[in-house]
Design a binder for this molecule. Structure first.
Ligand code: PLP
Length: 394
């Protein structure tokens, strides 16, 4: 890492030495092997002692190079890279809690994280409280002596509600707890949560950081000490990422800054256009001048738009909603986000389908809500596509 260069330049030119290899391939090669063989027992012992590459689930070059790149982007000491975002979330929570621990979790989070919190952890006698993180004083009032984790997303899924990471970090640390943050919607291109005091920053690499919708992965970044604990759980639960997915995601990372900056900029423009459309009842994006989160957005992202994700609400008329989706020519429904092309999702039928309607509505998720992952199309094309499709509500 050369402090005179930007993060992006450092990422493109990061050291990629491969143990024992004198060739200098211009791109990092794929090591499609399950193990690295050794010549004799002295080599075997050395390999273990020096933590060299032995068996790929334990360590391998493709995972190592990806882990180092993510540590660079997140400005952390070390990164555990898993086979999916859920693998990183699961390994982190299990590494940092014991039976009898208490976890305080933002209730406005990804549906499957919600399920880990409410369905899996209680079976292991970990007490979880799901509350709104909109008010830090409210969060403080729920802290307990046995609180081990304060958990949130930087920008929540699907309501794009920001949380005050620096305040939550102070609060967690005052009580001896860790602040664990999911950075998937924002990405380290828009914010480095560790610099704001978070202890672990998680990403679903499946999304913006890979960016090409062709691989699954997840990461957890923090101090070497914390990540050693996460890696130990992750390795034993069998979730480390494969060499091939590491290789694809490492390739995607090289253009992450270029893509995510443009996607975020497109999201700012699309949010403003949707806000001006009379058929749209509400738009959630922190860049909107009248957003109650505008000041917090400035604090976390400065003048960057913050996220390429937005959500908006149309009237709850299912026939017209279908017609709207069919009339869109660019944005397509897809059960993922962060790809090159703009995609839509409908939280009531996808990520939050398991929640009862009343609970969803309490979170602000109605049947008229769409979540948009804004892609790399030309902003004006996207805006005219959405405005044209919204005429079905005339
Ligand atoms: N975190 C957030 C905010 C997500 O939206 C998702 C998936 O959509 C995940 C975590 C889980 O990621 P993965 O599907 O890679 O396991």
């Amino acid at each position: 890492m050369n402090p005179e260069y930007s993060m992006n330049t450092n990422l493109l030119h990061s050291k990629r030495d491969i143990q024992g290899m004198t060739l200098q391939p211009e791109t990092f090669p794929l090591f499609a092997t399950a193990a690295f063989s050794q010549r004799n027992l002295s080599d075997v012992k050395r390999a273990y002692n020096e933590k060299q590459f032995t068996y790929v689930r334990t360590r391998n070059p493709n995972r190592k190079v990806l882990s180092e790149a993510i540590s660079l982007l997140e400005a952390g000491e070390d990164t555990f890279v898993s086979s999916s975002g859920m693998g990183a979330i699961f390994s982190t929570i299990f590494a940092l809690t014991d039976a009898g621990s208490h976890v305080l979790c933002n209730r406005d989070i990804y549906g499957e994280t919600y399920e880990i919190m409410t369905e899996i952890l209680p079976r292991f006698h970990v007490e979880v409280e799901m509350i709104s993180f909109a008010d830090c004083a409210e969060v403080a009032s729920h802290m307990k002596p046995n609180t081990k984790i304060v958990y949130t997303e930087v920008a929540s899924n699907p309501c794009i509600q920001l949380t005050d990471i620096p305040e939550l970090a102070k609060l967690a640390h005052k009580n001896g707890a860790y602040l664990v943050v999911d950075n998937t919607f924002t990405s380290p291109i828009n914010i480095q949560p560790l610099a704001f005091g978070a202890d672990i920053s998680i990403n679903s690499l499946t999304k913006f950081l890979n960016g090409h919708s062709d691989a699954l992965g997840g990461s957890a970044t923090g101090t070497a000490e914390l990540i050693a604990k996460v890696t130990a759980v992750g390795k034993l639960s069998g979730v480390p990422i494969t060499p091939y997915d590491s290789w694809l995601i490492f390739r995607g990372l090289q253009t992450a800054a270029l893509r995510i900056e443009k996607q975020t900029d497109n999201a700012v423009k699309l949010a403003a256009a949707l806000k001006a459309n009379p058929h749209v009842e509400a738009v959630c994006h922190p860049s909107l001048p009248d957003s109650p989160q505008n000041a917090l957005s400035q604090k976390l992202f400065g003048n960057k738009g913050g996220t390429a994700m937005l959500s908006f609400i149309v009237p709850e008329d299912s026939a017209k909603i279908d017609a709207f989706m069919e009339k869109l020519t660019l944005a397509r429904y897809a059960m993922t986000l962060g790809g090159l092309r703009t995609t839509l999702s409908h939280p009531c039928t996808s990520s939050h389908h398991a929640l009862p309607d009343a609970e969803r509505r309490a979170l602000g998720i109605t049947p008229g809500m769409f979540r948009v992952s804004v892609g790399l199309e030309t902003a004006e094309d996207l805006i005219s596509d959405f405005n044209n499709a919204l005429t079905v509500f005339d």
